[in-house]
Design a protein around this ligand. Structure first.
Ligand code: NAG
Ligand code: NAG
Length: 231
């Protein structure tokens, strides 16, 4: 009797843990997507709809650790910011905790940059589910936490390396499609989204995201299975 109560309690607890992590939007890498493979946990999403040119995904609220870098070139800014965030997860935090790397890594890229002025790039690492609610405070005051709200994003995927030029090119191609679909999105910035470590050479996966405003648009709706014929 006692044992079965204990079991019930444990099962209940497991359910809570499971539901809790599902709500946080961070989960095991094998449960979400084929392209998020290198880290133990990945950002989870729901596919809203899909065209030949882009996907619309829904993301639940998640917490990230972020830092800004001012630079003339995205690569330079991103490298600087990446180093700071990497130090944070490898122990530069109160408690000296080692935190597992997750995917993806986000770079917030302002849409309008001027050649003669540096732009501010914001890099963010997704906190693993164990640290979503209670991340250790960073020791570097250039780091801060970002709460990403519930959002819909327009996504275009591409392979190879996420360089400044390729990232801008794919952002441009995505905006062309969004214009065609008359989609509303925030025009002031986009995200460069990377899933692979620099050590991975093949089958690399990157994305560009624009944040949808209002109800997202897909020119071609997601194919739904045909209704079974009614006799
Ligand atoms: C994902 O991995 C976990 C732990 O390794 C395993 O228990 C689970 O069944 C896997 N899920 C899928 C969908 O493969
Ligand atoms: C677009 O994003 C910027 C920067 O985050 C924000 O300040 C602005 O309010 C957003 N625009 C709209 C229409 O939501």
């Amino acid at each position: 009797m006692v044992r079965s109560l204990t079991m019930d309690f444990l099962v209940g607890l497991l359910m809570l843990v499971f539901l809790g992590s599902a709500e946080s939007g961070v989960g095991p890498s094998n449960s979400s997507s084929s392209f998020c493979t290198e880290s133990k946990e990945c950002l989870q999403f729901d596919l809203v709809c899909k065209t030949d040119e882009y996907e619309v995904r829904h993301y639940s609220p998640t917490r990230w650790v972020s830092t800004d870098a001012e630079a003339y070139f995205m690569g330079v800014g991103a490298a600087m910011a990446f180093r700071r965030l990497f130090q944070y997860i490898t122990g530069a935090n109160e408690g000296g905790v080692k935190i597992e790397m997750t995917a993806p890594v986000l770079v917030k890229i302002p849409e309008e940059t001027k050649m003669w002025e540096p732009a501010v790039y914001t890099l963010s690492f997704l906190l693993p589910s164990a640290y979503q609610d209670n991340p250790p405070a960073p020791t570097n005051d250039k780091l801060y936490f970002t709460d990403m709200p519930d959002i819909d994003v327009y996504v275009r995927s591409y392979g190879g390396w996420m360089l400044s030029v390729t990232s801008r090119l794919h952002a441009h191609l995505l905006t062309k499609e969004l214009q065609r679909a008359q989609a509303s999105y925030n025009h002031t910035y986009h995200y460069g989204v990377g899933y692979d470590s620099p050590l991975k050479l093949l089958n690399r996966h990157n994305e560009v995201w624009y944040v949808a405003e209002g109800d997202p648009e897909c020119l071609v709706p997601v194919e739904t299975p045909a209704e079974p014929p009614t006799p």
